[in-house]
Ligand binder design. Structure first.
Ligand code: NDP
Ligand code: 8X3
Length: 259
């Protein structure tokens, strides 16, 4: 089955790091032109320069509904007819009980992970409907299927992403547009460094003595979903590393000399 996306245009949010950057590379390898969205424009520019396809880096905060709408409804002609949108931008903040989360942490998670997805959908779905084609991919999480201590607000945001994905499919019922959520478990990216507010040592403990997914593993499944024949809609994929059996069950190799 062809995995070529030649002639297609794909937009990836959160393309400056981790899963989003890996999705950009995978989609570019398949031949798609790219619109890359994130706040760190320098990283987008570096990534764009490394890709073998026409690429438009776009410095944009997905929390800013007006800026998102203005930018994505006035894209240059070569990028305007979006075929694929990967709603990937997202983050977690801290590992606190729900009643102890700071206001900023709650705003960061809900505004980015939930409202950010809706902001993008508002801007891109009408054009896809007018053109009669399009594929909307959300990056959810295992935290959209189960809650873990300290991750309640993050999980609430990812349960919301799952609801948005399911509802979007129904809203688009009877149209050719496709809707997919890819819901990973542990993936080694900057995710934990962002969660722990730059504490790289603490972040490293999350991935210590185990074999997490890589961002490329997730991008490979995104590429699979968007290269199915038009009559096939992959609605939701839960994927974890083999060493993970739930949000909290993670097998770690014993360290020689340590109990
Ligand atoms: P990274 O921290 O490596 O990447 C997060 C990306 O989101 C960055 O490119 C960042 O760009 C972007 N981003 C964050 N806030 C905004 C914003 N307001 N506007 C635009 N872009 C934003 O983490 P991951 O790659 O791991 O995370 C990607 C997605 O995958 C998230 O939705 C996360 O919840 C999800 N996920 C991650 C898992 C993991 O274990 N890593 C597992 C399951 C799901 P910038 O800062 O430049 O704006
Ligand atoms: C990121 C994975 O388990 O930290 O979505 O929620 S987890």
């Amino acid at each position: 089955m062809s995995r070529s996306l030649a002639g297609r245009v794909a937009l990836v949010t959160g393309a400056s790091s981790g899963i989003g950057a890996a999705c950009a590379r995978a989609l570019a390898d398949a031949g798609a032109s790219l619109v890359l969205v994130a706040r760190r424009e320098d990283r987008l520019a570096d990534l764009a320069a490394s890709l073998p396809v026409p690429t438009l880096p776009l410095e944009l905060d997905v929390r800013d509904a007006d800026a998102v709408y203005a930018a994505l409804t006035t894209l240059p002609d070569a990028f305007a007819a979006l075929d694929i949108v990967v709603n990937n931008a997202g983050l977690s903040r801290d590992l606190d009980p729900v009643y102890a989360n700071t206001v900023d942490a709650v705003d960061d998670m809900l505004d980015t992970n939930v409202k950010g997805v809706v902001n993008i959908l508002r801007a891109v779905v009408p054009g896809m409907l007018a053109r009669g084609r399009g594929h909307l991919v959300q990056i959810g999480s295992i935290a959209g299927h189960t809650v873990y201590p300290g991750g309640t607000v993050y999980a609430a945001s990812k349960y919301a992403v799952r609801a948005l994905n399911e509802g979007l499919k129904m809203d688009l019922h009877g149209t050719p547009l496709r809707v997919t959520s890819i819901d990973p478990g542990m993936v080694e990216t900057d995710f934990s460094t962002v969660r722990f507010r730059g504490d790289a040592d603490r972040a490293a403990t999350v991935y210590a003595n185990t074999t997490p997914l890589t961002a490329d593993d997730v991008a490979d499944v995104v590429l699979f979903a968007v290269t199915r024949p038009p009559h096939v809609n992959v609605l939701d994929v839960v994927m974890m590393p083999t060493i993970q059996s739930s949000a909290t069950m993670i097998h770690r190799m014993p360290v020689p000399g340590q109990p």
